[in-house]
Design a protein around this ligand. Structure first.
Ligand code: FPP
Ligand code: MG
Length: 295
């Protein structure tokens, strides 16, 4: 991973602007899940650290823009760039990281470059769907999972596929592994928003629903509630919740086991990914660690 960090630093320095270096240093690197995946799959390839650095820059750019769109004050436990430097700076820094990543991508074979590039169109579409869906209470599970796939899983799917292409491994199986890992990862993230506290999350708890996002535990709850309670749940949508409203939502979720049901789906997706690449101990391990972040 040290080589990935070196590549990231090199790309940032090549932007030749102190302000970009200064701002980039304020960002927390996060878990580097996508980079780790690329290094595991294409470990023997000399350009794997560069590909990993490119994908991490794209991911960082997407989060900078996402925090502007979501008007989020925190990211990974620290103040977001839009909170400290303003939205204009956050957008411009995102643009620079994103375009630098694409400049570097052209050194790769067409199939590798195309895989990563296409996934960025998909994740941008996913973000737009997420924002549009948050305008009203969404109770459609399929619509939600389709959006999740685009917003979060496509870049992970592309990272797995592109690194497999780089070293001549089975691209289709690795893509499917990455897709399931990405979906499962995001479902666990959605669960943690409900079950973890603010200190662990690095952002306010129960924030998704306040932002208008009806994640799986809310969708499954809606399916179970009677008409009066459905109306009550919908009336809480996209607004700051009082303690007693949070208590009511959590009690109903416990009654109908909607967090457990969501976790079951994440577990099934993870198991499916394991069965696809059962012989690859490292990739199976990534799934085990990811699912253990759970509630
Ligand atoms: C986080 O979702 C957001 C994403 C994973 C994707 C955001 C994508 C874009 C803004 C478009 C792409 C733009 C560029 C420059 C590549 P979330 O809000 O559900 O998660 P959070 O709680 O971590 O904010
Ligand atoms: Mg967000």
């Amino acid at each position: 991973m040290q080589r990935v960090e070196q590549e990231i630093d090199r790309l940032i320095q090549e932007c030749e602007y102190d302000e970009v270096e200064r701002l980039f240093k304020t960002l927390s690197g996060g878990k580097r899940l996508r980079a780790k995946l690329i290094l595991k799959i294409a470990s023997q390839h000399k350009d794997a650290p560069l590909l990993a650095a490119i994908v991490e820059l794209i991911h960082a750019a997407s989060l900078l823009h996402d925090d502007v769109i979501d008007e989020a004050d925190t990211r990974r436990g620290a103040a977001s760039v839009n909170a400290t430097e303003g939205s204009k700076t956050a957008v411009m820094l995102g643009d620079i990281l994103y375009s630098k990543a694409f400049t570097e991508l052209v050194v790769f074979e067409k199939d590798v470059a195309q895989t990563i590039a296409a996934s960025v169109t998909a994740l941008s579409k996913g973000e737009m769907m997420d924002v549009n869906m948050a305008k009203s209470f969404n109770s459609d599970e399929k619509k939600y999972l389709d959006m999740l796939y685009l917003k979060t899983a496509t870049l992970i799917e592309a990272a797995a596929k592109a690194s497999a292409l780089l070293v001549g491994k089975d691209a289709k199986n690795h893509a499917l592994y990455g897709k399931n890992l990405g979906l499962s990862f995001q479902i666990i993230d959605d669960i943690l928003d409900i079950t973890a506290d603010e200190k662990t999350l690095g952002k306010p708890a129960m924030n998704d629903f306040v932002e208008g996002k009806c994640t799986l535990p809310y969708i499954y709850l809606y399916e179970q509630l009677n008409a009066d309670d459905r109306e009550k749940l919908v009336s809480f949508h996209a607004k700051k919740l009082t303690d007693s409203e949070i208590f009511w939502i959590k009690a109903k979720m416990a009654e109908y086991k909607t967090v457990e049901k969501s976790f079951q789906l994440a577990q099934n997706l993870s198991d499916e990914a394991k069965s696809i690449l059962a012989n690859d101990e490292d990739l199976v391990n990534i799934l085990n660690i990811m699912i253990k972040r759970s509630y």
